[in-house]
Design a protein around this ligand. Sequence first.
Ligand SMILES: Cc1cc2nc3c(=O)[nH]c(=O)nc-3n(C[C@H](O)[C@H](O)[C@H](O)COP(=O)(O)OP(=O)(O)OC[C@H]3O[C@@H](n4cnc5c(N)ncnc54)[C@H](O)[C@@H]3O)c2cc1C
Length: 466
Amino acid sequence: MTQALGALADRVAGSVIRPDDEAYEEARRVYNGMIDARPAAIVRCATEDDVVAVVRLAAEKGMELAVRGGGHSVPGFGTADGAIVADLSGLQSVEVDDGRRTAAAGGGTTWGRFNDVTAAHGLATTGGIISTTGIGGLTLGGGIGYLCRGHGLSCDNLVSARVVTADGSLVTADENENADLFWALRGGGGNFGVVTEFTYRLHPVTTIYGGPMFFELADGAAVLRYFRDFIATAPREFGGFPAFQIAPPLPFVPENRAGEPFVALVSCWTGPEEEGRQILDGFRAVSAPVAEHIGPMPYPALNSAFDGLVPPGLQHYWKAAYVRDLTDEAIAVHMEHGPKVPTVNSTVHLYPIDGAVHDVPGDATAFGHRDANFAPVIAGMWPDPADNEANIRWVRDYYAAIAPHSDAGGYINFASPDDQDKVADNYGANYRRLGEIKRRYDPDNLFHLNQNIKPGGLPTPRQGTP
Ligand SMILES: Cc1cc2nc3c(=O)[nH]c(=O)nc-3n(C[C@H](O)[C@H](O)[C@H](O)COP(=O)(O)OP(=O)(O)OC[C@H]3O[C@@H](n4cnc5c(N)ncnc54)[C@H](O)[C@@H]3O)c2cc1C
């Protein structure tokens, strides 16, 4: 193996970082500080050919292969003990085609970079709410963000992808070429190959109106009920979500209230400012905000506004659900567990995934559960490993309580390592077809460090963990 990695280092344009190298300690780290894996080598791919070389070597030598885009995977799928890591962080580029209103971006690009470049053209597409997340993992798993009610999921805006498949071929996947692979990439996660370039449809988005508001917990249930009723008929220009969040010590938060948990609303309104103001007045009439930071801002500013709450290296443990009806009973459960949010970094978001997400038929892409109206996530994030047990317990107890009010499965990008037994449920009716496409493109399951779809579609047996 040493010889093979040495030969690879001579062949690739990027660098091959091994345990003896000074850069190794930093290079082996992923976003979730709980992950402490020691891969055999991290290959900082500089070109598509580098990616091809890594995939071929892993396949030939039977090596464990980890693919890392932005490195945000909560289960730490971008690394593994003894693995060869195809690190795509060197493949960061964004090229906008104004005529076609598309952007082609390298497979390791982050949303911050993507949004900054497209914003200069007055354009955007649906991306995540934190700027450091990779476009790779987020898009392949679906992609929920501020713009999804208006413009669909990130994967719905994917026009084409350049993909290195398990046999080391570099192929294009779009509606015409390798259409089955293209179908599977839109929600199926990293199961089908390494995407070296994503091309997205863009939309005119410049200044948005919005930001966070914090409401008293005493009014929390009323705010959540108001949100549920409002969002059912809300204009698609409204993106945003209710949350449980400890107020950070920021200038707009009264000093004596920082550190307390609140029901929050984070809004992103892409329509005329006055209309956005009226919409938020509706919430203010339900409960006078304790704190708010609302105003017009460039879309990328909102996309990076919360980065400071989630620096790299925190401990992460998350759970996800899909919900059709946010019933009063479900809201009562949220009001019991949400206010126990343990740290300022942790949060609970109830993302609405209706609007344009529902325009796409359920079998048109691999993404499961287009019948759901909400994708709640319980995102446990905390700095000190000594608190792991208590924080994981909070996430698990919360999830166990909302599960009876939720559909089976949960958005794969918000799931934890112990959620592999929910993968089939996550895809529902699409799982069988995913299994067939997996068998065709990756019969030996080379790409298995992900929420894994088995070749042939056999479900992973249930382990009984919540
Ligand atoms: C702080 C934070 C905020 C988040 N916010 C959102 C949000 O707003 N909306 C949302 O939908 N999700 C969000 N997520 C979840 C996010 O979508 C997933 O963690 C996603 O997997 C991250 O992608 P990545 O490329 O950064 O991660 P990585 O860890 O690099 O990769 C995740 C998975 O995707 C695969 N992968 C990555 N890039 C490629 C590629 N180019 N080709 C093939 N496979 C690839 C990897 O092999 C791995 O299996 C957030 C996560 C974090 C930690």
